[in-house]
Design a protein around this ligand. Structure first.
Ligand SMILES: O=C1O[C@H]([C@@H](O)CO)C(O)=C1O
Length: 585
C-alpha cells in the first residue's frame, strides 16, 4: 500500500517520505517512540430509540451507539473526553471504571461523590491518565442511568517495547449486559415506593449490545406494530468471526444491572489470563462466571470442526430467572456464512443455584508468576461490612452494618476539601457489627437500621482490610451475590469463605503469597470476601455493590483519604448544592 502510493508521487517527495519513514523505524527500534499521547474524544450523549433486543425503547447513546465507542489507548496516555449532554432534561456523569485517577480524583465521574452532575446542554471535559495496561470500562454513574445503555470499554495497551506474557493472533472485545424494558425512572420510582416494587429479572441478556426478546411473549399486545420486530437489524446477534487455527484474546466484561452471568463458547475451552487489568496465573474454564463490573481476558483457540459455527451464550446464575432467555451470539468459523446457525441447541447453563463452581472460580484467580504484587503482611485497620436488606421508614433498603447509604447532592470531594461540614453527617459509620449475636443465616428484622451519608476517613497511606460479610436477605433461605466495586484503587483479594467470618482464625488462611489485585469482587451467598488495600490515593472514593438497584437502595460507602493532598479542584466539577458560589477561577 505504502509502496503503491510512493510510486505515484514525484520522486523528491517520495524520498522525503522514505527518509521520515526510516527515521520512524529507527526511533521505534531505539525505544525512543515511547511517548505518551493525548487521545481526544468528542462525545454526544443522547436519548434515541433503539431495539437492542428487538423491542423498541428509549436508550442512551454516545455518538449514536450503545455500547458507546471503545476508548483505545496505550499505557500512560492522557484521555480527554469532551462530553456534551444532549439528554435535554436529564443530568449525566461518567465513571471510568478501573482507572485509578491518580492525581485527578475529581474526574472519577461519580455524581455526588467527586463531581456535580453535567447539566443538559453543557459540555464537560474529563481528562485523566491511563497508567496501566488492561481492560477497563466506562459507564454512567448518576442515578440508575447506566442501565439505559450508557456504557463502553477502555482498552489500554502496553507501552512500546513491552509484551504480554501470553500470545494470541487477534484481540476482540465483548461487553455483556442484562436488559429491562421499563425505563430507569419507572424502576427507580418502584424501588423507592411504599409498597416496594422490585425491578424483577431482566427481559433479555445482551451480548455486546444485542439480544433477542421473543416478541410473541409480549403480555400487552403492542399498539405500534413496529415496537417489537424480530427482524430489526439492531437485534441481529453478535457474531465473532474466527479464522480456524488462530488464537483469540477475548476481553469479556460485564456491566449488568443485576445479573451474575455464566459465559460460554460452545465446545471451546477458555484460558483465563487477565482480570481487572492484572495478569492471572492461567487456568482453563468451559464457562466463565462474571459479576457486574468485572473484566477478564481469556484466550480461545479456534481449534474445533471448522465446517460449522458455534453458540456463544450468556446465562443468569445466582438468581432464578426462568423467564429470561439466554443471551446468544455466534462464533463463526471463517469462511462459513456468518448467518449460518450452529446445528446444535445452545449448551445448557450451569445450575443457577449451585454456588460451588462460582466459588471455585473465585479461588482459582491468582496473580500470575512474575507479576505478583506482594501485599503488605499486616493491616492498620480492619473494617467488617455486614451486608443486609432492611426496611427503613417503610422502604426496602440495603445496608452496611445497618447503615443505609444516602448520597448527598453536594459532592463529598468538594465538601471535604472546602470543609463544608454541614453537607454530610460527620459521625463516621461503624467499623463492624454485633458479631456475637447476629445470625447471618436467618431473616433478621434489623430494627435499628438507619440511613446516613457519613464517610469512612482512612489514614493516608495506611493499609486497610475490608471483610464483606453476606447474610440472609429479607426473603427466607435467600442470600444474594453482591459484586463490590472500589473506586480509585485496586485491592488484593485475600480470601473467600463460607459462613460467618471468624476475626481470629480466618485471617490465618489469607493468601499473602500470590493474591490477585482487582477492583470488583463478588461476595457469595452466606459467605465472606476479604480484601486489603493501601489508602494511598488522595480523594473521596465510592465502594459499593455494583448492582444498580442495590446501590440505589443504599448498598455502598465512601472512603476519604489524604484530602489535604488533593490538588486544586477544577471549577467544572462544582455548581450544585452547597458548592454554588464556590467557583473561583
Ligand atoms: O433488593 C432486592 O429486592 C428483591 C427481593 O428481596 C424483594 O422483592 C430482590 O431480589 C433484591 O435483590
Amino acid at each position: 500500500m505504502l509502496f503503491s502510493n510512493m510510486v505515484l508521487i514525484p520522486k523528491c517527495k517520495s524520498r522525503v517520505i522514505l527518509f521520515l519513514w526510516l527515521l520512524g523505524i529507527i526511533a521505534l527500534l531505539n525505544g525512543s517512540a515511547v511517548e505518551a499521547r493525548i487521545r481526544r474524544y468528542k462525545w454526544e450523549v443522547k436519548y434515541e430509540y433503539k431495539s437492542p433486543d428487538c423491542l423498541k425503547k428509549l436508550v442512551i447513546t454516545i455518538n449514536g451507539g450503545t455500547p458507546g465507542p471503545t476508548i483505545t489507548a496505550q499505557q500512560n496516555d492522557t484521555i480527554i473526553v469532551e462530553l456534551t449532554n444532549g439528554l435535554l432534561t436529564e443530568n449525566v456523569a461518567i465513571h471510568w471504571h478501573g482507572i485509578r485517577q491518580i492525581g485527578t480524583p475529581w474526574f472519577d465521574g461519580t455524581e455526588g461523590v467527586t463531581q456535580c452532575p453535567i447539566l443538559p446542554g453543557t459540555t464537560f471535559k474529563y481528562q485523566f491518565v491511563v497508567d496501566r495496561a488492561g481492560t477497563y470500562l466506562y459507564h454512567a454513574h448518576y442515578g440508575m442511568q447506566r442501565e439505559a445503555g450508557l456504557y463502553g470499554s477502555i482498552i489500554v495497551g502496553l507501552p512500546d517495547g513491552k509484551s504480554e506474557p501470553f500470545t494470541y493472533d487477534y484481540d476482540r472485545n465483548i461487553i455483556l449486559n442484562d436488559w429491562y424494558h421499563k425505563s430507569t425512572y419507572e424502576q427507580a420510582a418502584g424501588l423507592s415506593a411504599i409498597p416496594f416494587q422490585w425491578v424483577g429479572e431482566p427481559q433479555s441478556l445482551l451480548i455486546h449490545g444485542r439480544g433477542k426478546f421473543n416478541c410473541s411473549t409480549l403480555t400487552t399486545p403492542s399498539l405500534d406494530a413496529g415496537i417489537c420486530n424480530a427482524t430489526n437489524p439492531d437485534c441481529e446477534p453478535f457474531r465473532l468471526i474466527a479464522v480456524p487455527g488462530k488464537t483469540y484474546r477475548l476481553r469479556i466484561s460485564s456491566l449488568t444491572a443485576l445479573s451474575a452471568l455464566s459465559f460460554q463458547i460452545e465446545g471451546h475451552n477458555m484460558t483465563v489470563v487477565e482480570a481487572d487489568g492484572h495478569y492471572v496465573e492461567p487456568f482453563v474454564v468451559q464457562n466463565l462466571f462474571l459479576y457486574s463490573g468485572e473484566t477478564y481476558s481469556v484466550l480461545v483457540k479456534a481449534d474445533q470442526d471448522p465446517t460449522r459455527n458455534y453458540w456463544i451464550t450468556s446465562n443468569i446464575v445466582g438468581r432464578s430467572a426462568p423467564n429470561t432467555p439466554p443471551g446468544l451470539g455466534v462464533f463463526v468459523y471463517y469462511p462459513n456464512h456468518p448467518r449460518r446457525s450452529p446445528p446444535t441447541t445452545p449448551p445448557p447453563p450451569p445450575l443457577w443455584n449451585n454456588t460451588d463452581p462460582r466459588l471455585a472460580q473465585s479461588h482459582a484467580i491468582k496473580a500470575r508468576q512474575g507479576y505478583i504484587h506482594t501485599p503488605p503482611s499486616r493491616s492498620d485497620r480492619v473494617i467488617v461490612f455486614l451486608n443486609t436488606q432492611n426496611t427503613i421508614n417503610g422502604n426496602v433498603r440495603w445496608s452496611v452494618n445497618n447503615v443505609s447509604f444516602a448520597l448527598p447532592h453536594t459532592p463529598y470531594l468538594i465538601a471535604l476539601k472546602e470543609n463544608l461540614t454541614h453537607v454530610f453527617d460527620q459521625t463516621p459509620p461503624p467499623d463492624g457489627y454485633d458479631f456475637q449475636n447476629y445470625d447471618i443465616r436467618i431473616v433478621q428484622e434489623n430494627r435499628n437500621a438507619t440511613s446516613s451519608n457519613g464517610v469512612y476517613r482512612l489514614n493516608f497511606n495506611s493499609t486497610v482490610d475490608i471483610i464483606l460479610q453476606n447474610a440472609n436477605s429479607m426473603s427466607l433461605g435467600t442470600s444474594e451475590t453482591h459484586p463490590w466495586h472500589l473506586h480509585g484503587h485496586d485491592f488484593w483479594v485475600l480470601g473467600y469463605g463460607e459462613g460467618k467470618f471468624d476475626v481470629f482464625n480466618d485471617p490465618k488462611k489469607y493468601n499473602l503469597v500470590n493474591p490477585i489485585m482487582k477492583n470488583t469482587v463478588p461476595v457469595h451467598p452466606y459467605g465472606w470476601t476479604a480484601l486489603r488495600f493501601r489508602a494511598d490515593n488522595p480523594g473521596a472514593w465510592a465502594f459499593h455493590c455494583h448492582i444498580e438497584s442495590h446501590f440505589y437502595m443504599g448498598m455502598g460507602v465512601v472512603f476519604a483519604e489524604g484530602i489535604d493532598k488533593v490538588g486544586k479542584l477544577p471549577s467544572s466539577v462544582m455548581g450544585c448544592g452547597e458548592t454554588q458560589g464556590l467557583y473561583r477561577p
